[in-house]
Structure formats: C-alpha cells, structure tokens
Design a protein. Structure first.
Length: 232
C-alpha cells in the first residue's frame, strides 16, 4: 500500500515538474508584470498626492500675496506654480486668482498673461471658459474689441452661452452697433434663469438701448354693461 502511494506521489511530482518546466517561466514573468504594475500604480498615486500637496502649498502662497496686494510676489509665485505644477487644478485656480488681483492693482498686461495661460492650458472645462470670459472683459477695458470677440468665438459649454452672449452685447454696444448689441442681450436675457440676479443687469442694458425684454401685459378690455330685463 505504501509503495502504491509512493508511486502516485511520484507521478504527481513528475507531472508538477513537467508542468513547471513548461510554464514556469511564463508564470514567473506574469507575476513580475503584475507586481511591477501594482508597485507602479502605488508609486504613481503617491506621486500624485505629493504633487497635489506641494501645489496646494504654492496656491496658498499666491492667495496670501493676493490678499496682501503684493503684485510682485503674486507674479513670482504664479510663475513658480506654472513651471512646477502647471498641469494641476491648483495652477488653474491660481491663474484666475492672480489675474483678478493683478487687474485690480492696475497690472493689466500681467492679468492678460495669466488669463491667456489659463484659457490656453487648462484641462478643466470649467476654468477655461471662465478665463476666456474674463479675458474678454479685460480686453474690452483696453478697447481691444476684435481681440475680445476672438475670445468669445468658438464653442462654450451650454451653461456659459448666456454670459457669452451678454459679453458679445457689450462689445457691440461699445462699437456703436446697436442692433447687434440688442440681439445678443436678448439672447442672454432669454438664456438666463428668471431667478438669476444677473438677468436684471441684462434687462437694464436692454432698457438703456430702448428695449423692454419683458412680455407686455395682456390688455383687458372693460366688460360690457349687463342689461337686466325686468318683467312686469
């Protein structure tokens, strides 16, 4: 009986050896690939977290400089962020913040540069249209109407379309193109939600051009007097 078991075990061992000789290298390499991929994924996740943390710290530096109104420090910090963490969301946010503060402090060219970078580099759909709209506004301030209209051309996410129409209306209005301005303001007014406070601003713009976008109230005619016949 023992010899019989020994023979079976020997046969199984021989089969295992044959199997390993045939597929051992393949299995080993497959395990190496899987483990390397797992290690690489963990490494990438760690790198992402590290990049995000460093970008957040640098964004805080831009934020502090903006609150202090230190334009030189804003430009240095934002330039550093673009160089090191240009692909992060923090960089896009920093660009919008830097542009706003720089414009308020009179550094118009630096503000344009920051907005142009965000509009051209942002991978976030939300930040790019915001940058283009703000850049169009800055260009309007410097009377660069054609450049402003270029920023407003092309496709925008649907939710931005009323704001784009409003900004186009501003361009046409400043150019003295009344009919075109009215058409764009009407499109903006129609596209904005009735509860949106900005809709009232667009209405004021239309009013200034002699247009009331609100539908006229229906005219109610006086009811005809009812004649009551009294039978005798």
């Amino acid at each position: 009986m023992a010899n019989h078991l020994d023979l079976e075990e020997q046969e199984q061992l021989d089969e295992l050896k044959a199997f390993w000789n045939r597929f051992g290298n393949l299995i080993t390499w497959a395990l190496i690939v899987v483990l390397a991929g797992f290690a690489g994924w963990n490494g990438y996740q760690y790198w992402q977290r590290s990049q995000s943390a460093q970008a957040a710290a640098l964004y805080d530096e831009v934020d502090r400089a903006a609150k202090a109104g230190d334009t030189a420090k804003i430009e240095r910090a934002f330039a550093d962020m673009k160089d090191k963490f240009g692909s992060t969301t923090f960089a896009q946010q920093a660009g919008l913040l830097a542009a706003k503060t720089l414009f308020e402090k009179g550094s118009v060219d630096a503000s344009k540069a920051a907005l142009t970078w965000v509009a051209g580099q942002s991978s976030e759909d939300g930040y790019q249209p915001v940058a283009r709209l703000r850049l169009a506004s800055v260009l309007l301030e410097s009377k660069s109407y054609d450049e402003a209209m270029q920023q407003l051309s092309g496709s925008f996410p649907k939710e931005f379309e009323p704001l784009v129409a409003d900004r186009k209306g501003d361009v046409f209005s400043l150019q003295g193109k009344k009919a075109e301005a009215i058409a764009q303001y009407k499109a903006a007014y129609t596209g904005l939600d009735e509860r949106d406070d900005y809709r009232r601003i667009v209405e004021i713009k239309l009013n200034s051009l002699g247009v009331d976008p609100r539908p006229a109230a229906p005219v109610v005619s006086a009811a005809s007097p009812v004649t009551v016949e009294i039978k005798k």
